[in-house]
Design a binder for this molecule. Structure first.
Ligand code: MN3
Length: 202
């Protein structure tokens, strides 16, 4: 069974003005679709065709560039669409809020740490909020389409929030102003979904 491009649960223009419709259309319909098609090609005859995407990530042969880049691209964007949405923004509550405060002191200080990780990721990559078994959270970043599930990237746990800082994610609307895009991202985060992922993976 081949992996499929997930359908968005909101319209392309639902995240405006923070993320514009044209960016969503190209990002989901072209970029994510491309990773999906190339992931399926990379998996052909590999014996991993029936594994979950998480298992494929965790057992990644980091020398297999096609699988690493396209598998990562597939997984990362699936998470990205899930953790943003209309009526987003605000701050987390419950166990996730407590876990964030335990490490970062406050939501504002967490926001600063996450924004710094996203802003200082050189070139293309992702910023992450991850959870470890037991409930501890951690902010980190990774290059290209790598993610914390992959072995040896220096960033661990299960990602529960991811921010795409590739230029294709923001250039149409923000040009080189990555910090403005990062700030806008906080207005579309679906903290209910992030909390759900925290509860499932802590
Ligand atoms: Mn992208």
């Amino acid at each position: 069974m081949a992996f499929e491009l997930p359908k968005l649960t909101y319209a392309n223009d639902a995240l405006e003005p923070h993320i514009d419709a044209r960016t969503m259309e190209i990002h989901h319909g072209k970029h994510h679709n491309g990773y999906t098609t190339k992931l399926n090609s990379a998996l052909e005859g590999s014996g991993m065709e029936f594994d979950t995407i998480e298992t494929i990530m965790e057992n990644m042969d980091m020398k297999n560039a096609a699988l690493r880049n396209n598998g990562g691209g597939y997984y990362n964007h699936c998470l990205f669409w899930e953790v943003i949405g209309p009526n987003g923004g605000g701050a987390p509550s419950g166990a996730l809020a407590q876990a964030i405060n335990a490490i970062y002191g406050s939501f504002e200080d967490f926001k600063t740490a996450f924004s710094n990780a996203a802003a200082t990721q050189f070139g293309s990559g992702w910023a992450w909020l991850c959870v470890f078994k037991g409930g501890k959270v951690e902010v980190c970043s990774s290059a290209n389409q790598d993610n914390p599930l992959m072995p040896g990237i220096g960033c661990g746990g299960t990602p529960i929030l991811g921010l795409d800082v590739w230029e294709h994610a923001y250039y149409l609307n923000y040009q080189n102003r990555r910090p403005d895009y990062i700030n806008a991202f906080f207005n579309v985060i679906n903290w209910e979904k992030v909390s759900e992922l925290y509860d499932q993976n802590s």
